[in-house]
Design a protein around this ligand. Structure first.
Ligand code: ZN
Length: 338
């Protein structure tokens, strides 16, 4: 299969080796450092708030989101529970957890859920790293699932900034960082031995009670879970059942697709061209990320041109590549067309 090979290549190019922690080894994570006393001033809320551009209908509707995965241990169980409730969800995955979990990622998409980004590494990233990581993770996820994933992003710890928002938008993430309305504090119940001092007093030993009461208090919106938490995998069915009994329903976040800039056609389409370079990089947009390689003698057809870049279509391993939804570009100097 072409996809795993390209994914492996993309990983091999990474300068920093990323370790995949097991779910049990994950330290408790605070995705909401400001809790309910969140400062809703403009600067303080970047990354924590739910952008108004999503236009969510919050009237007794919940949007389920799962961060930090995928987890080979818990994500499949969560997927089964979601199917039983016919509930859609969005999985904000961490780049370091992609390798080895590719089949889970494809399963998430095949079941109609959204696959989204929770940054390459689960840290409060420097701007320099953030600029490198955003396109790297998007390209790798696109490659793993074989089609562009929605450009939806959530910052680890909700730690966004104006500069990072600009980088996200430049990479097609038009909503910027996506926060949450309901924090289940599952990391805290899961990692804190069943007690969570961040919850109100009556629910400190009651994850389900806290989550359901907090959801009911908000009345709708985005719910934050973590699919690396066993406490979530074990209790999700009960939580969803109780919310349904209260008349709530579950809806999907808008699936914002990457903006595909159609090349300005300045050349007549050419049905058959031959790669003349030893190896030729294939990119997802003119001068964009490398998403594949063709060898000398490979044939492509040119659909159009954008300056010196040709929009190409070709067949590889039985799959047709170079479509409107997954464009492929090659520089005109690597091929000869008649
Ligand atoms: Zn996280």
């Amino acid at each position: 299969m072409r996809l795993p090979r390209v994914a492996a290549l993309a990983l091999a190019l990474l300068p920093v080796a990323c370790t995949v922690e097991s779910a049990e080894e994950f330290a408790p994570r605070d995705d909401d450092p400001m809790g309910d006393s969140v400062d809703v001033s403009e600067a303080g809320s970047i990354g924590v708030r739910v952008p108004s551009s999503l236009n969510l209908d919050r009237s007794r509707k919940f949007y389920l989101t799962f961060d930090d995965g995928p987890s080979a241990q818990y994500t499949p169980q969560i997927l089964a529970t979601l199917r039983a409730h016919n509930a859609p969800a969005t999985f904000f995955v961490t780049g370091a957890n992609i390798a080895g979990n590719e089949s889970i990622l494809r399963d998430i998409v095949a079941r109609g859920h959204l696959l989204a980004s929770h940054q390459w590494s689960h840290v409060n990233a420097s701007v320099a790293n953030f600029r490198l990581w955003v396109p790297r993770q998007a390209t790798l996820l696109d490659t793993v699932v074989g089609s562009p994933i929605p450009r939806l992003f959530r910052y680890p710890y909700g730690a966004g900034s104006a500069e990072k928002e600009t980088i996200l938008r430049a990479n097609g993430y038009s909503h910027g960082g996506i926060g949450w309305d309901v924090d289940t504090l599952d990391w805290c119940y899961g990692g804190g031995g069943g007690r969570c001092d961040r919850a109100s007093a009556q629910y400190r030993s009651d994850f389900v009670g806290w989550t359901v009461s907090e959801a009911a208090r908000r009345g709708g919106g985005v719910i934050l879970f973590h699919d690396i938490q066993g406490v979530t995998a074990r209790n999700l069915d009960t939580i969803l059942t109780r919310l349904e009994a209260m008349g709530f329903t579950f809806a999907q976040l808008p699936s914002t697709q990457p903006t595909v800039t159609a090349p300005t056609v300045t050349a007549t389409p050419v049905p058959s061209c031959t790669v003349t370079a030893e190896t030729a990089n294939v990119r997802n947009r003119p001068d964009g990320d490398v998403v594949g390689t063709l060898m000398r003698g490979a044939t492509v057809s040119v659909r159009g041109a954008s300056g010196d870049w040709y929009s190409v279509r070709y067949t590889q391993a039985g799959a047709e590549l170079g479509t409107d939804s997954a464009p492929r570009f090659m520089h005109r100097t690597v091929m000869s067309c008649r």
